[in-house]
Design a binder for this molecule. Sequence first.
Ligand SMILES: [Zn+2]
Length: 81
Amino acid sequence: MAEIELTSVLTCPQCGHKSSESMPTDSCLYYYECQGCGSLLKPLPEDCCVFCSYGSVPCPPIQQARLDAACEKTTDGGCCQ
Ligand SMILES: [Zn+2]
């Protein structure tokens, strides 16, 4: 089982405020209110949640998808067994 990072540092695009937030593993956080300026952050059009758009690491489902994609590229049976 590969490591999934469950804490992401969100950076507000309006004021630059950084906040370390824990991420739910089974859902996406679509709205986030900046603790610095009060802006309501929403994901960019191509992203599923605010962590993917503004976080230091993307949300757990995306991390898992990337791990799965990397696993399929290995020739020795993969890393996810
Ligand atoms: Zn802000």
